[in-house]
Write a protein that binds this ligand. Sequence first.
Ligand SMILES: CC(C)(COP(=O)(O)OP(=O)(O)OC[C@H]1O[C@@H](n2cnc3c(N)ncnc32)[C@H](O)[C@@H]1OP(=O)(O)O)[C@@H](O)C(=O)NCCC(=O)NCCS
Length: 190
Amino acid sequence: MNDGIHIRRALDEDLMGLAAITLDCVAGGASIGFMETLTLEQSAAFWQKCLESAGRSERIILVAQDADSDVLVGTVQLVMAAPENQPHRADIAKLQVHRNVRGNGIASKLMNAIECEAWALGRHLLVLDTVTKSPAEGLYLRLGWSKCGEIPKYALWPNGEYCSTTVFYKDLADRSPVTRADCERNDDVF
Ligand SMILES: CC(C)(COP(=O)(O)OP(=O)(O)OC[C@H]1O[C@@H](n2cnc3c(N)ncnc32)[C@H](O)[C@@H]1OP(=O)(O)O)[C@@H](O)C(=O)NCCC(=O)NCCS
């Protein structure tokens, strides 16, 4: 499955595919910024803003696409830190993989690709947060991210209950030297 997955930057025409992935993740109970009342239209409105922001180079949006069916199955974002004194920093956000294809290494592949995008832009210090004790927490630890700590009651699950968040960081500059060719191979560079 993973071998037939193509990772690339999102295009405007990916709008509804992205909206469908978010709708599926929220329907599956993921706490990613939305409540369980989310509709496809609301999800599309969110992604429209993200794509516009990417058009202003404020963020990079990657998609994972099934090479056989062309269906989008996952996504992740690199959001540039805005302050003038943080030109080396960015946030990783909205890592999502459709429930039908989880456990095939697609999120790992997306993370490796977005870290390569960050490295190429000189954004070597990356920060993210995720629901405490979620499957994503294990994923980030496995990918070499460092845990900073937990914030209780940080957000809500889609059903309205509180969930804690765990904050992680990763300094890509701590890794061995990485070349553009390493990243283009796209197999666990960082
Ligand atoms: C978290 C999430 C993105 C992971 O996506 P995924 O594509 O299933 O992730 P991966 O397959 O790369 O890794 C998940 C697990 O599958 C395992 N795995 C990887 N490749 C595999 C394969 N070929 N076969 C079976 N299992 C595999 C990994 O070991 C990993 O387990 P571990 O992290 O506990 O060690 C997905 O569950 C999701 O979208 N959740 C909802 C949204 C969300 O919570 N996002 C995080 C926001 S911060």
